[in-house]
Ligand binder design. Structure first.
Ligand code: PMP
Length: 304
């Protein structure tokens, strides 16, 4: 459950979770006109830190810019955002790892659909960090639903309403007995899962769809690519065919809520040897260490 913990940040202050509401006539509710991000807060021996906070803020800004939510750039900057995150985490004082969901809602009630100049409200809440896919070898199904292309609703922007696309594909996968979907684009090329990026390993090379393949430019995707290069693993970002996944040595996925998790089966075909492969194992270890703050990349923001 993504049940908010007790204190929710709404607008410019903390309110009790049951009072954190957005209007029924807002564009956020009527059209799904909100953008969001989710980042983790890790708890280590009582100390808390956020992972890649500035990158999450930048992606939120970019989502707003793409959609035309111009009031966000006028009213918010990174400093204000970080203060809000600190207040939220201090008030909830989570004892275990949590996720923080930050949304920019277009709250103005307007007849018809437009966005520029419309009033916004930012919400942030904390919830338990429960993974959305199995961590010990998941089974994926290629989806009959196509990924929304960049010239319809761009996957590069995290638009709430666009997640109906993910709901359709994930529910189809679940109904068919799988854990999650593999989204393909109109031409049949691999994009991503419902809420995670996908990687394959073949002949020791790490391959993933590039950022112009109708994917979200995932923060954990970027993290794993950086770590792989540091490990000396050859990396290719390019178009990927579905059948390349079928014959891959290893497949894994990345995401804030997905972790860095192995895939054991796609469309009824076993991936590799049915065990967590060596490249996946190495990168999972590095990714977990990076989340805990064991790198020199400046990815961690201490909070309290
Ligand atoms: N793709 C989609 C569609 C997602 O919703 C997510 C989760 N935010 C990801 C990929 C992974 O992105 P990140 O690593 O930034 O969590």
């Amino acid at each position: 459950m993504a049940q908010p913990h007790s204190h929710v940040f709404l607008g410019d202050r903390l309110v009790p979770a049951d009072q954190a509401t957005v209007g029924v006539a807002s564009s956020a509710v009527l059209y799904g006109l909100s953008v969001y991000t989710v980042f983790p807060v890790l708890v280590e021996g009582g100390a808390r830190h956020a992972f890649r906070l500035a990158d999450h803020f930048r992606r939120l800004e970019e989502s707003c810019k793409i959609i035309g939510i111009d009031r966000f750039a006028q009213e918010w900057d990174y400093a204000r955002f970080e203060v809000g995150v600190r207040e939220l985490v201090a008030a909830n004082a989570p004892a275990d790892d949590v996720f923080v969901r930050v949304s920019v809602h277009v709250v103005e009630s307007i007849p018809g659909t437009r966005v520029r100049g419309c009033a916004i409200q930012v919400s942030m809440f904390v919830y338990d960090a429960v993974p959305i896919v199995p961590q010990d070898g998941m089974r994926l199904k290629s989806s009959p639903w196509r990924r929304i292309p960049d010239n319809a609703i761009p996957s590069r922007a995290k638009v709430n309403g666009a997640y109906v696309n993910s709901v359709l594909a994930k529910q189809d996968a679940i109904d068919s007995g799988y854990d999650d979907c593999v989204f393909l684009d109109g031409g049949g090329h691999v994009c991503e899962l419902s809420a995670a990026n996908i990687f394959l390993v073949r002949g020791g090379t790490l391959i993933t769809p590039d950022v112009s393949c109708d994917i979200l430019d995932g923060i954990n995707r970027r993290t794993v690519l950086t770590l792989a290069r540091e490990e000396g693993i050859p990396v290719r970002e390019r178009t990927v065919d579905l059948t390349e996944l079928y014959i891959a040595d290893e497949v894994f996925v990345t995401g804030t809520s997905a972790g860095a998790a192995p895939v054991f089966e796609i469309d009824g075909r076993a991936v590799g040897a049915g065990i967590v492969g060596p490249v996946t194992t190495a990168l999972r270890k590095r990714h977990a260490a990076a989340l805990r703050g064991d790198t020199e990349h400046g990815w961690v923001t201490p909070l309290s």
